[in-house]
Design a protein around this ligand. Structure first.
Ligand SMILES: [Zn+2]
Length: 212
């Protein structure tokens, strides 16, 4: 997922934006952070190729991760390198053509320490409300469109130590989780838009990237 400052600009009052930013940067997002050095891997992280819409491989459904081993930690490290180099705030394994149910996110500000969040086998247990915000995606660079999502969600996932967490999210983090889980289910955010808009975006992407 990509962030644009104008996100949440409509249908959300200024107080909500302040609350959203407060939540994003407050301690609730620090319970499961993993900085890459904590992966304790003796490897050089690699930047991986991000698939671009309308690549058909973005429609593959990712499989559950049965064992959280060094291979998964290595994958997460490479995903982190890729996301940071591409200036994203979220990346699902599907986007780098790995069909495993894991995504990462980091919503820390530029002048803050990195705060890498890792969600393995994430699932949304419940959702409520509605929020319309502008979303972007590393797989659809340059495109920002308004999408309607649940305002509040409860998400269950595992961390890199295979510990299960169940937490409530709202604001940017809630939207990000829904966006990334969509990727793991083979759905790209532009598929919420009208057929006309999707065709326009497909043509635009095909002009920029080689068709698959
Ligand atoms: Zn995305």
């Amino acid at each position: 997922m990509m962030w644009q400052s104008s996100s949440f600009s409509e249908n959300v009052n200024p107080e909500s934006i302040i609350i959203c930013f407060y939540l994003c940067w407050s301690k609730i997002y620090f319970y499961n952070y993993v900085v890459v050095k904590d992966l304790r891997l003796n490897k050089i992280m690699a930047k991986l190729e991000v698939l671009h819409y309308p690549d058909k491989r973005l429609h593959l459904v990712a499989k559950p991760i049965l064992q959280i081993d060094d291979e998964i930690k290595s994958l997460v490290a490479d995903m982190a390198q890729t996301m940071y180099e591409e200036n994203g705030i979220g990346l699902a394994a599907t986007q780098i053509n790995i069909q495993k149910r894991v995504f990462i996110a980091d919503h820390s500000a530029d002048d803050e320490p990195k705060n890498l969040l890792v969600f393995i086998n994430p699932e949304i247990l419940s959702h409520s409300g509605e929020v319309i915000s502008e979303e972007g995606c590393l797989s659809v660079p340059g495109i920002y469109e308004k999408v309607s999502r649940a305002e509040k969600i409860v998400c269950r996932y595992q961390d890199l130590d295979a510990k299960t967490h169940e937490n409530e999210y709202n604001g940017l983090m809630s939207v990000c989780i829904q966006h990334e889980i969509d990727h793991l289910n083979g759905k790209v955010f532009v598929e919420y838009l009208s057929g006309l808009k999707q065709n326009f975006i497909k043509k635009k992407m095909k002009k920029i990237f080689k068709p698959v």
